[in-house]
Design a protein around this ligand. Structure first.
Ligand code: HEM
Ligand code: HEM
Length: 163
C-alpha cells in the first residue's frame, strides 16, 4: 500500500461523514426493522419514509466507502505512529480493512434482503451489524489507548489534513 505523510482533507471529511451516517443508520433503524418484519410475514415490501431513509443512507455509505478505498489506493495512508507496539499495528491494520469490508458488506446484504427478498441476507445483515458495533467500539477504545497510554496523538491525524 502507498504510504503518505498523513490523511488528506478529503479523506478526513469522508471519515467523519461516514462515521455520522453509520451512527444515524443505527439510531434510525427501527422503521426499517419493523417494515422488514411485516414484509417477511405478508410479502408486502412497503416503502415508508424510514425505509427510504435507511436505504438511501446505506447507499450513500456504500458510495463513500468505495471513494475512500480509491483514495486510499491512490494516495495511501500514513504509516502507524511510532510508539505503537507491533502486534497492535497489525491488529489496527486488520481492523481498518474489516471496517471497510463492513461498510461495503452491510449495504449489499441489506439490499439483497430487501430488494432480493433473501432471508439469509437479512440474517447476514444482522450479524454484520453486530460485528460493526464491536469493531467501532474497539476502534474508539484503540484511539483512547493511543491518546492516553502511548501518547501518539493519533486523533490529530484524523483532524488535521496533510494535503
Ligand atoms: C463510527 C464509525 C467509524 C468507522 C466506520 C471508522 C472507520 C475508520 C477506518 C476504516 C479508518 C482507517 C482509515 C484509512 O487508513 O484508510 C479509520 C481511521 C481512524 N479513525 Fe475511524 N471510524 C469510525 C469512527 C471513529 C471515531 C468515533 C473516532 C474517534 C474516537 C475515530 C478515529 C479514527 C482515527 C484517529 C483514525 C486514524 C487512525 C490512523 O491514523 O492510523 N473513528 N476509521
Ligand atoms: C452501512 C449501511 C447500513 C447499516 C449500518 C445498517 C444497519 C441496520 C441496522 C442496525 C438494522 C436493524 C437490525 C435489527 O433490528 O437488529 C438494519 C436492518 C435492516 N436493514 Fe440495514 N443497514 C445498512 C444498509 C442497508 C441497506 C442499503 C439496505 C437495503 C437496501 C438495508 C436493509 C435492511 C433491512 C431489510 C433490515 C431489516 C432486516 C434485519 O433486521 O436484518 N440496510 N440495518
Amino acid at each position: 500500500m502507498t504510504q503518505s505523510k498523513g490523511y488528506s482533507r478529503l479523506q478526513i471529511i469522508l471519515h467523519w461523514v461516514v462515521a455520522v451516517l453509520i451512527v444515524l443508520q443505527f439510531v434510525l433503524h427501527e422503521g426499517m426493522a419493523e417494515a422488514y418484519d411485516i414484509a417477511t410475514e405478508t410479502g408486502i415490501y412497503a416503502f415508508s419514509a424510514p425505509v427510504i431513509g435507511h436505504i438511501a443512507g446505506g447507499a450513500v455509505i456504500l458510495l463513500l466507502a468505495c471513494w475512500r478505498l480509491i483514495l486510499r489506493h491512490d494516495r495511501g495512508a500514513p504509516p502507524p505512529p511510532e510508539g505503537e507496539p507491533e502486534i497492535f499495528r497489525k491488529a489496527g491494520h486488520l481492523a481498518h480493512l474489516t471496517l471497510y469490508a463492513l461498510l461495503i458488506g452491510l449495504p449489499i446484504t441489506g439490499a439483497l434482503a430487501w430488494g432480493g427478498r433473501m432471508e439469509a441476507a437479512g440474517e447476514a445483515h444482522e450479524l454484520l451489524k453486530n460485528l460493526m458495533i464491536l469493531l467501532v467500539l474497539a476502534h474508539i477504545g484503540a484511539v483512547i489507548v493511543h491518546q492516553r497510554v502511548w501518547k501518539t496523538g493519533i486523533l490529530k491525524r484524523m483532524m488535521r489534513a496533510q494535503d
